[in-house]
Structure formats: C-alpha cells, structure tokens
Write a protein that binds this ligand. Structure first.
Ligand SMILES: Nc1ncnc2c1ncn2[C@@H]1O[C@H](COP(=O)(O)OP(=O)(O)O)[C@@H](O)[C@H]1O
Ligand SMILES: [Mg+2]
Length: 353
C-alpha cells in the first residue's frame, strides 16, 4: 500500500517540479539578458517594456500551474483507481448457487458435520473434524485459547467463509445451498466490530427493519439497554451517529448494534466475544442486552470470560482447531479436564465471581 501511495504521489510531480522551477527562474534570465543587451546598446527596448513583459509572463504562470496540477491530480486518481479496480476484479469466493433453496420459516437448528477449514490451501487446517449439533432454540458456548479457531467457527454459519471439508447446515440444509436472503434473515452476528452509518440513530435502527414503527424502535432500544441514553440526548432518536455527529462510546455503539439485531429478529445468533473489549460496568449492561436478545433463539456464544457460559445448554472447548471437550457446565466440571482448568484459572483472576 505504501508503494501505491508513493507512486500516486510521485506520479506527474517530476514534470511539475521542473516546469515550476523553470518558470520561477524566467524573470531572472529575462532581466539579466535585457540588462546586458541594453548596456551593449543593443535593440531599442525601454525598461518599462521589459518590466511589463515579465509581469505578463508571471500572469501566465498562474493558469499554467492550475492546468499542471490538474494533470497531477488526474495521474494520482488513475493510480488509485487502478488499485480499486484490482480489488473489484478479485474473484468472489462466496457465491449463491444456481437455483438456491429458500426457507420461509427457519427454526434454527445449526449443525457442523465433519467440518474442516483452512484459510490457506497448503497450510494447516484451522478447524478439523468438528461435529456439533445445536438444536433450534438452544445455546452453545465455545471456549478455548486465542487462535483456537473460535471466530472462524462462528464465521462459517453466516457463510463469511465456506468450509473446505464437511458441511454446515441450517435446518438440515447445507448453508451453501441456501439463498442469500434466507441466510441473511436467519443469522445475526454481534461481535466487537460494530458498523454504524453516518445517519441518525433512528435510521441506523431502521436499516434492520425499514417499516419499524417508532414504538418498535423504542422497544428494541429498551431491550438493548440504550433507550434511556438516546432519550437523554438533545435530538433523541434524530441524533446523528459518527464522526461529525454525536460520538457514542464503544459500549453504546455495541448496544445500538444489538438493538438493530433485536429488530432484525434472526432465529440464529452468533455472539463473538461481544463484551470482551468493554469495562466491567458497560459489560454488565451489554450482557443484559445480549441476554434479552438470546432468549428463544439458537445462540452460539464465543466467550472470553467463563462467567457468561455456565448457563449454556452445551459448552465446547476448542483447542488448535479441534474439539477438546463438550458437555454441560456440570458435566465438564465433573470430568475435571480442560474446562475445569479454565474455570479454576478464571476463579483466580476474578475472585469476586
Ligand atoms: N483471515 C485469516 N487469514 C488467515 N488466517 C487466519 C485468518 N483469520 C484467522 N486466521 C488464523 O486462524 C487461526 C484461528 O483464528 P480465530 O478463529 O480468529 O481464533 P480465535 O477466535 O479462537 O482466537 C489463527 O491461527 C489465526 O491466525
Ligand atoms: Mg476470535
């Protein structure tokens, strides 16, 4: 990238520099030659004429410079455009198959069947031999060390990536066979990265459900623990979000994103360490919002802190892309394996819990 910016900046600037300095040196040359010519008693030119000539030449300089810099801008843009087109020309990995399956009512059973995934054809698989069934309406918690493949597992459900082996199914249908619309309506993702638009709070929420009434917006915002905050702003729901508008904090933006997901009402929810970047007090508020969101949905929670996973219907421990353990909180404590060790470590870190 640095290379490209460099090229785009240098593009055309060389010619620019040469011409500008020539032009700046011109009066000196003219006065000098004119001076010598006059002293030698050369052509009959008055000093006034020479001064007028130099001003004329300088007057021409300005428009010439604008023309030149336009040239430079065009070259800069071309260099960047070329880069953009390169991106647009990249092959799209995820495509909707011809004649895809459309589900009008998704119950929300998610199943990983012998899933293998690699980011790189030659590299080691990031996920290998993953078999998990998440019954509709139940909750699955995924725990494990950083780099174990938890986020990757979560990304396979909304088809941000396609499996390289095995399959992921939704209500028994391979997600690769579903039409994009079904998949988009069925799976909601809440992660640390929230995407809000430079538009009002209401518009940001309506993005999820264009025909939502004001009452519905408020209800979703209340469930997401953000209504009181929005209502206290001078412009309320008309407050503009973003750089030039009101700057919401990370936790507030996240609760707005959760309110949006509540409006969208997807039967399957993937929560990827949604609260791990927040301070304890904000985390409690966001967690409450997430609990409201998770009720009656299939929920796959990727959790950093174990305090949030103990109530899950099923817990899986992922390690280096493989399932190390799975069971309920009690079963896994009983087993006294990886999960039990993680719980002990957490208890040491957070003695109050
Ligand atoms: N976009 C990517 N391209 C290549 N490798 C990746 C990509 N995303 C993650 N990885 C690698 O895959 C492994 C699992 O990552 P991830 O699923 O993010 O783990 P976790 O969420 O458990 O911390 C890591 O080794 C990581 O470096
Ligand atoms: Mg992760």
């Amino acid at each position: 990238i640095r290379d490209w910016v460099g090229r785009s900046n240098w593009g055309g600037r060389w010619g620019w520099a040469v011409i500008t300095s020539d032009w700046a040196a011109m009066p000196v040359v003219i006065y000098w030659t004119a001076g010598i010519a006059l002293q030698l008693g050369g052509p009959d030119v008055s000093l006034g004429t020479i001064v007028a000539f130099v001003s004329l030449q300088q007057g021409l300089f300005r428009p010439a410079v604008s023309l030149l810099s336009t040239g430079v801008q065009i070259q800069t843009s071309l260099a960047l455009f070329q880069r953009i087109f390169e991106y647009l020309d990249l092959p799209v990995d995820i495509t909707e198959r011809e004649d895809p399956v459309r589900l009008d009512h998704v119950k929300g059973e998610v199943r990983f069947e012998g899933v293998e995934f690699r980011y790189d054809d030659r590299g080691r698989p990031v996920l290998d031999g993953i078999d998990i069934t998440v019954p509709a309406g139940s909750s699955l918690a995924v725990v494990g060390p950083t780099g174990a493949g938890k986020s990757t597992l979560g990304h396979l459900v909304p088809r941000l990536y396609d499996v390289t082996g095995g399959r992921v199914t939704l209500d028994g249908v391979d997600v690769r066979d579903l039409d994009f619309d079904t998949l988009a309506r069925a799976v909601g993702v809440v992660s640390q990265e929230t995407y809000l638009f430079h538009a009002s709070v209401a518009e940001n929420l309506r993005f999820a459900k264009p025909d939502a009434t004001d009452a519905e917006l408020e209800e979703a915002a209340r469930a997401a623990q953000i209504h009181d905050h929005i209502a206290a702003l001078p412009d309320g729901y008309d407050t503009v979000v973003g750089e030039r508008g009101h700057r919401f904090s990370g936790g507030e933006k996240q609760r707005l994103a959760i309110a949006r997901t509540i409006l969208r009402d997807p039967p399957v929810l993937v929560l990827d360490e949604a609260t791990s970047a927040l301070d304890t007090r904000t985390e409690a508020a966001v967690q409450e919002a997430i609990d409201a969101l998770s009720a009656d949905r299939t929920t796959i929670t990727i959790a950093h802190r174990l305090s949030t996973v103990r109530d899950a219907d099923r817990i899986v421990v992922l390690d280096s892309g493989r399932l190390a353990e799975q069971g309920t909180h009690e079963e896994l404590l009983e087993r006294d394996g990886r999960y039990a060790a993680l719980v002990r470590r957490d208890a040491r870190l957070e003695p109050t819990k």
